[in-house]
Write a protein that binds this ligand. Sequence first.
Ligand SMILES: Cc1ncc(COP(=O)(O)O)c(C=O)c1O
Length: 369
Amino acid sequence: MTQNITIPMVDLRAHFAPLRDEILTGIGKILDDASFILGNHGRALETELACLSGVAHGVGCASGTDALMLALRALEIGPGDEVIVPTFTFIATAEAVLYVGATPVFVDVDDRFYAMTVAGIEAAITSRTKAIIPVHLYGLPADMPAIMALAQKHGLRVVEDCAQAIGAEINGQGVGSFGDIGCFSFFPSKNLGAAGDGGMVVTADAELERKLRGLRNHGSWQTYHHDVLGYNSRLDEMQAVILRAEFPHLAAYNTGRRQAAGWYAEHLAGLDLQLPESPAGYHHVFHQFTIQLNARDAVKAALHAEGIASAIYYPIPGHQQKMFAHQAHAHCPVAERLAERVLSLPMFPELREEQIARIATVIRRTLHG
Ligand SMILES: Cc1ncc(COP(=O)(O)O)c(C=O)c1O
């Protein structure tokens, strides 16, 4: 029997409740000013996110997927080029490569940190490789220092997929500042989420910023002059004003997530499952709290029976998706095994310890009777 969900994956109602008045006032002001696209809130958010990432420039756009596509276009990657992507990620990482006419080359990931290893990336480099897109999956940064050293050695560009990792750091350096361009998503369930779609690219390079600004606006750098084929991909003012209301609290949201992750680790200790890990110096922002276990499907069913949500990110690795059936099959045994074993548990800043204790009790009972 299907139960009502009492512990959801995310609780966006609880998240927005304290900001409701501020957001409604901001939206009222936008309606009064009738400034909806490419206005002051978008520009201010660009500065705020660039600053958080530790780079000079931010350029808002319509989604995280568009951020990746715009980044590749700005780097002049296109037909005939190969771009290395992890197979264990949301499909948008590979879609962006296809949108610019290039070929995604799938690489397997590490069983503990869910990112491509440097050895895996190096083995996939060919004479056609132009770029690497490391993904900071679940909120844990990929090994950017090693990836940047490899990229430099082979003359490759690096686009960081930071969609799940806003605020994450390696030894104090923000994600998005390691590669040529960092790409963020403001999909509602992300650590900083809009009330709709939104995204942003950040870069230290002023020339890339100039290109990105025109590409997101119909290939136009001067009104009604269109120099290249661009896109209608702007972050609108309604979303920007909502994101700006949340932005000052982002560090507290991420602290709430890290605290919840700590409670999970305590309550799940000693059970027959693999907990998330972070290398020393890595600041994990727990977009997801993802465990691995053989009895994944039984645990998922038991949680559901108790009204507790859980999710599988991701049940099918990229290289096994039907849309890539025509492409030579990559061999990615780790991702294939992860697809059978991963389970993401409820994770949001407002999650309480007693809720986590309840989740852990169901898991313990299912695994150990
Ligand atoms: C890893 C990753 N990359 C890219 C995206 C695409 O972002 P969006 O949904 O804003 O297009 C997402 C999330 O949706 C994601 O999780």
